[in-house]
Write a protein that binds this ligand. Structure first.
Ligand SMILES: [Zn+2]
Length: 45
């Protein structure tokens, strides 16, 4: 089972789903985005 990575930006609240993981940090607002687990995503609402 392939699990998609989800990233969250704590500056602007942007949430993205990575379709292809290139193995490099995802940056938003000039800072690395936080990787979310599905459980954390549900907590965000
Ligand atoms: Zn951002």
């Amino acid at each position: 089972m392939e699990q998609k990575k989800i990233y969250y930006c704590r500056h602007c609240g942007n949430v993205i789903e990575v379709l292809v993981d290139a193995g490099i940090p995802v940056v938003c607002c000039g800072e690395e985005m936080i990787e979310l687990t599905p459980e954390k995503v549900q907590q965000l609402g």
